[in-house]
Design a protein around this ligand. Sequence first.
Ligand SMILES: [Zn+2]
Length: 362
Amino acid sequence: MELPEVNFSNDFYFWFNTETKKEYYATPLYFYKADFHLDYDNKLRDVYYKESELTDRGLKHPASLYFPFHERLGLLLLRFLNSDLSDYEKANKTFFYAYGFEILRDLDKKYKFELKQNYGSNEEYLKATTKIFEDLQENLIDIQKELKNAVTYIYNLGNDESLEKYTYLERFAVYLMKRKGSLYSYYKNDLIIRDSYSNKYKEFENYSETNILESLHTKNMLLSMSDTHKSNDLSSICYAILEELVKTPNYPIKKCQNCGMYFIPTSKTDEIYCDYPKENSKPCRDLGAFQSYTERLKQNKAMGEYRRTYQQKFMQVRKDKTNTKLAKEFETWKKQAKEKINDMKKGKLTENEVYNWIIENK
Ligand SMILES: [Zn+2]
């Protein structure tokens, strides 16, 4: 297995630099609602979401390993955990705009599809990729669910005391060895290509032999070596990233206590709020800095809903004193609601999860 030397128009390649905590990937994209910044000096690109951007009449833009996309280590996995897979546009906005659809080619052995070099129009592109997404939607939701379960166990997001003293790597190993969930089956579609100096052929073609020798000798030039993964199966890609993350100390996945999104803290590892930019408000971390925890609880919408619902139920029971069934139900509800609220205070459940529970259990 060789790495493609020039541009290529199929497949998904990715690799890591754990020292700088970066991940890199190269894959062809149609750039539907997406654009990118070019960093010529470092030969890198980064994709961003852009609502007004459409494809170039359905044209597939080739990728190059020498102009890869770069992002913070773990971002692909985090984005997938946080992605909204309820419909095509939402899934595109929260995930696929940045990574494309090559990563779904080997997701399901029984489902093969083509990604054309040119669809001729934006509409044709949308029609084709919407079908692919919808055909694989259930599958994707399952994988996301499993990854959430795995991450919850590995990073002990449920604050399980019996798991507290173990490291991420230890929990990851046990999760796989005991075949908890289906994560253990996700590594299959990943081809690892070992790095070698010969792979630098293209990168250094414009330098003379003496020039390179001198650079290596006098400037202590470092040639970074990293194994490249080739995979067209999103589950295998997430597996490889997770494996890399659990080996990286002080780099935990957390669940934001305000919005429930998965994140990796940028500065202190005990950060409980994410710093994702939000459309209509400040990032959760900034909100958290302004309000003390108890103040936040007072304004917490789950607490507000709890108090309102409690009052309603209380009045119902009082009005209908002979109704023992109603009184009993109220007692059960009180107990369950209290437990939910305590879990929220301990960080086991998010505000939204408790709010939804109260709405669903009125
Ligand atoms: Zn948040």
